[in-house]
Design a protein around this ligand. Structure first.
Ligand code: ADP
Length: 357
């Protein structure tokens, strides 16, 4: 196990800057997730740590060792890819043993490790099979097994669950978390899926356009996103964004005044007349019992789509004069229909104010 430190890493491909200003410090044994939309630079960072890419500038440390010029095979990291990359002609046991054989471990140690790894990943009964005789989830576990058998200092995972179907993905995600709790290997995990990031990470690094947007614990980032990109990227359904103009005593939201009490107002760093994007999470919106009430910071809206989710119902509503869609979460027993008019109450203490996009 080892800590990992990136110091001002930059990677350029000809004229394209893939990533820049990438600095973070992962303590020994932690599970960090790099998350962001496609093309934001996640894989480039992971591949640079693995030694499959070379940084254009900056320093990379694994443990206390500067590894900028150390080749991939000498970095003592193991990487698992989205497509598993198993050797098709080898059995499961041979796939798991492969890295150990290459490193000239003695046969007894190899045998022991294969058995232990197979047990911890429930692969015991599959050791004699070839990859094509396995399901996608089993192949993924073999790929994980091959990586952990080497007991690497650092474990690198690039979208390892994205080829699995939904149920298997959820199960494998939980297994991965458990595996990390057992082994305690420093892990860096790349995904575009915010649920994976939220559920797996000790710390999340949110990336966009090749730059770090925010680093923090999942709940801390969710509660206090650094900017609109982070706010709308983490959370499902995502945070609602409402274009508005600040009027001094509240916000003009498409012609409706959302009054803001002085106690909340004084904490807002904006001036009258300023255009902003208001952010509010679905769970911080409720329905006023009086459909025409604009008191208690009511906002009049029309129901567009009702999506029952079991315990909760997701309602998409629009403002009468615009196409802004809001997601509202309700208890399961509320009956609403498209076309119904509602007064929504926003929890103003949970309102975010962003610069317009
Ligand atoms: P992500 O993993 O977040 O989808 P990548 O790290 O793959 O993003 O890519 C980041 C940016 O770098 C993208 O604009 C991508 O097109 C560019 N890029 C990545 N690899 C190469 C390459 N080998 N040659 C040219 N551009 C690349």
């Amino acid at each position: 196990m080892a800590k990992v430190r990136l110091e001002d890493i930059k990677r350029r491909f000809n004229n394209v800057i893939a990533v820049e200003d990438i600095t973070f410090d992962i303590p020994d044994g932690e599970f960090w997730v790099l998350v962001g939309p496609s093309g934001c630079g996640k894989s480039t960072i992971l591949r640079t740590i693995a030694g499959l890419e070379t940084a254009t500038s900056g320093n990379l440390y694994i443990g206390d060792r500067l590894v900028n010029n150390i080749p991939a095979r000498a970095r003592d990291v193991a990487m698992v890819f989205q497509n598993y990359a198993l050797y098709p002609h080898m059995t499961v046991a041979e796939n798991i043993a492969f890295g150990l054989k290459m490193r000239k471990f003695d046969p007894k140690t190899i045998q022991e490790r294969v058995v232990n790894v197979a047990r911890s990943l429930s692969l015991d009964h599959l050791l004699d099979r070839k990859p094509k005789q396995l399901s996608g989830g089993q192949q993924q576990r073999v790929a994980l097994g091959r990586a952990i058998a080497r007991k690497p200092q650092v474990f690198l995972l690039d979208e390892p669950l994205s080829n699995l179907d939904a149920q298997l993905r959820d199960d494998t995600r939980a297994e991965l978390k458990q595996l990390h709790q057992q082994l305690g290997i420093t892990t860096i995990y790349v995904t575009h899926d915010q649920v994976e990031a939220m559920t797996l990470a000790d710390k999340i690094v949110v990336l966009n356009g090749g730059r770090i947007q925010q680093i923090g614990e999942p709940q801390a980032i969710y509660a206090l996103p650094a900017n609109q990109m982070v706010a709308t990227f983490l959370g499902n359904p995502p945070m609602n964004i409402l274009p508005a103009i600040y009027k001094g005593n509240g916000f003009d939201v498409n012609g409706q005044l959302l009054e803001i009490p002085p106690s909340v107002r004084e904490n807002l760093p904006i001036r009258s007349g300023q255009s902003v994007d208001l952010g509010i999470r679905p769970e911080h919106i409720s329905i006023n019992s009086d459909a025409n009430s604009t008191e208690n910071s009511g906002l009049l809206v029309e129901v567009k789509v009702v999506e029952p989710l079991g315990r909760e119902t997701l309602i998409r509503v629009s403002l009468p004069d615009s196409t802004v869609i809001l997601n509202v979460q309700l208890g399961g027993n509320v009956r609403l229909h498209p076309g119904d008019r509602l007064s929504l109450q926003l929890d103003l203490n949970q309102l975010f104010v962003f610069d317009p996009k």
